[in-house]
Design a protein around this ligand. Structure first.
Ligand code: FMN
Length: 334
């Protein structure tokens, strides 16, 4: 199974990706959050520059609905040495959708097909696509799949939700199965893989799956990708037979892996590397604190951090105050 770390604007920055790769790994490919400007802004450029991503297998992502912008960005990325780009058809943010970009582009399949015709014809690099299922209803998905079937898509990453679901509701694994039945290009599943149970459910419903992309689940529990990678064989066993015995073997193996990997001091080193990374390039303490507080919103979900401590983190006004609270969590055993 290939495992990808999902692009998450503001979260999976190059600083986060590098620290993640060093301390946790288990990721076959990282994706940058989208770049969208013909001339890349300094934040976008910093995130994709090869010298900031030396150790990472990385695919940059583009968001636009203008072919000339797409082709200009792809030229710049090619010059940097990239050999694949990803096209964003999933972003649900109001401002992006209002401009007919991201998931908003799915609302105009005729224009989208013209766009894909041009970029697949002219692109100097292979293009993978990250898509949602449509705007409102699953009825749109079959037509979208018929359209995707016309293009040499390097890989179709399916975030199995519609735009109107935003990041909530249940992902439609059956829609991913439909893509497996209708398309011959490589496919990757994305949506709410948060633990071994959700991963097992995917493999039961879509046993032919060969790649998954994980976002919030891998941020909340950075051990997750490596655990899923090493439990692969047992999952296959689990999927072909659901006897109690198999379930037991499966659960024992998972807890063994957990014990091996549950290394809190590793988490603290990982945390400190991210903090140092942001302090090195952001000016002032407040932007750095903002970044770290945003991360704790996800980290705390898995680590069961006491609500009072989380509140203290949110209220911290200086890095030194913040650091002493984080230490406190650590010594309380997370
Ligand atoms: C804060 C945030 C930022 C995101 N930024 C991007 C982005 O830049 N590009 C993209 O394709 N998806 C983006 N996503 C969507 C994720 O890549 C992923 O598709 C989504 O979170 C579902 O996967 P998950 O359930 O594993 O988190 C973002 C999601 C979140 C929550």
């Amino acid at each position: 199974m290939k495992i990808y770390l999902a692009p998450m604007e503001g979260i999976t920055t190059y600083i986060y990706r590098n620290a993640y790769h060093k301390y946790y790994g288990g990721i076959d490919t990282y994706y940058t959050p989208f770049v969208a400007n013909r001339t890349l802004k300094s934040r976008e450029l910093r995130d994709v520059l090869p010298e900031n991503n030396t150790a990472l297998p990385l695919v940059p992502q583009i968001l636009t609905n203008k072919t000339d912008v797409f082709l200009e960005i792809i030229e710049q990325l090619k010059d940097m040495g990239y050999n694949e780009v990803n096209f964003n058809l999933g972003c649900p943010s109001g401002t992006v959708v209002a401009k007919g970009r991201g998931a908003g582009f799915l609302d105009d399949p005729t224009e989208l097909e013209k766009f894909l015709d041009i970029i697949y014809d002219k692109s100097p690099l292979p293009i993978s696509i990250k898509t949602r299922l449509g705007i409102e209803s699953l009825y749109e998905w079959e037509d979208l799949l018929k359209m995707y079937a016309k293009f040499p898509i390097k890989e179709l990453i399916v975030h199995a939700r519609t735009l109107s679901q935003q990041y909530g509701g249940t992902p439609h694994m059956e829609a991913f199965k439909m893509a497996q039945d209708m398309l011959s290009c490589p496919l990757c599943y994305n949506g709410d893989i948060t633990d071994t149970d959700t991963y097992g459910k995917l493999l039961k419903e879509c046993p032919d799956t060969t790649a998954v992309m994980i976002g919030r689940g891998a941020i909340a529990d950075p051990e997750l990708p490596v655990i899923l990678k090493h439990s692969n064989f047992n999952f296959n066993q689990f999927c072909t037979s659901s006897t109690d015995n198999n379930e037991k073997i499966f659960n024992n193996n998972i807890s063994e892996w957990r014990n091996n990997f549950m290394d809190y001091s590793k988490f603290l080193s990982f945390h400190d590397e991210i903090l140092t990374g942001y302090r090195d390039y952001m000016s002032g303490e407040q932007p750095v604190l903002y970044k770290m507080k945003e991360l704790w919103t996800l980290w705390s979900q898995h680590r069961n951090v006491d609500k009072k401590i989380l509140k203290k983190i949110r209220k911290a006004q200086s890095i030194s105050a913040y650091q002493s609270i984080v230490k406190q969590i650590y010594f309380n055993g997370l």
